[in-house]
Design a protein around this ligand. Structure first.
Ligand SMILES: C[S@@+](CC[C@H](N)C(=O)[O-])C[C@H]1O[C@@H](n2cnc3c(N)ncnc32)[C@H](O)[C@@H]1O
Length: 258
């Protein structure tokens, strides 16, 4: 969708300068990957890895630093040009491709397909997404997603009250947002269009394509301070002050038979 692509082009132009993306530490070798994906995909050396919705490439480059042959895909031209510049500056051997994930057809398959944190809400067609994931996996290949939990999205972070249905229509939710999750102070108001999917819709989009579920986990925390009213826990993760105990994240690890 054009409006969302323009929004992400704008966000990608200031996200590298935000505290959330810890660019100086990243340039000095810090990984942007979080414990959940590092534990789930522990051995990536020498493996081909496709990172869907890679933003400006930090996670893709982090996988490559661990020895993966990593390719990042994003529909934002600004995100992809920043990712390419970053990879060149840091001497990372990565590929970055600008494409809508729903139209992706790279004509090759990967050992691992990875995507994370804030990806599904931007997609108007989850079944098509499931087909793209399956199409790009080698037989025996692994898909891993870590994503914000749809139950958390039922609540208003300001009041803690249940404000939205778990089951949404196929029409996008239109909202005017100031700045972005990484810098709400940026000030510019933009319109975003998002969708919400139940866990069964996410799992079915992948099992319908023949992928086999290996693990499904839920967590009461998020790795980023990306919603209003979050507090940091002693383990460094974040939880909503008003929604403590609610599921914040889920992960899925699935395999293509073969
Ligand atoms: C929240 S970010 C993902 C963050 C990610 N965890 C990372 O590595 O930084 C979501 C990304 O999805 C991308 N995106 C949204 N809709 C897309 C689509 N239809 N096709 C490809 N990329 C899309 C945006 O441009 C943005 O970079």
């Amino acid at each position: 969708m054009k409006a969302n692509r323009e929004l992400w082009d704008a966000w990608a132009s200031f996200h590298p300068q935000t505290e959330m993306y810890r660019m100086e530490a990243f340039r000095n070798g810090a990984s942007s990957l979080m414990p959940l994906e590092l534990q789930a995909l522990s051995r990536v050396e020498g493996k081909s890895l496709l990172h869907l919705q890679c933003h400006f490439g930090q996670d893709t480059i982090s996988w490559s630093r661990l020895g993966a042959l990593a390719t990042g895909v994003d529909f934002s031209g600004k995100a992809i040009s920043t990712a390419r510049t970053l990879a060149t500056t840091l001497n990372a051997d990565t590929d970055f491709i600008q494409s809508d994930v729903l139209n992706l057809d790279l004509g090759k398959c990967f050992d691992i397909v990875f995507t994370s944190y804030g990806v599904l809400a931007w997609l108007p067609d989850l079944r098509r997404w499931g087909a793209v994931v399956a199409q790009h996996l080698k037989p025996g290949g692994v898909f891993f997603i870590a994503e914000f939990h749809p139950v958390l999205m039922m609540f208003d972070f300001g009041t803690g009250k249940c404000a939205y249905s778990y089951f949404k229509s196929s029409d996008p939710y239109e909202e005017s947002v100031e700045g972005s999750y990484a810098n709400p102070e940026e000030g510019t108001a933009r319109t975003e269009y998002t969708w919400s999917y139940s866990l069964s819709e996410v799992i079915s989009a992948l099992t319908e394509q023949g992928l086999v579920l290996e693990s499904f986990e839920e967590y009461p925390y998020a790795p980023y301070n990306c919603f209003p009213n979050m507090k940091q826990r002693t383990d460094g993760m974040y939880e909503s002050v008003l929604l403590a105990g609610a599921p914040h994240l889920f992960t899925l690890k699935m395999r293509k038979p073969g």
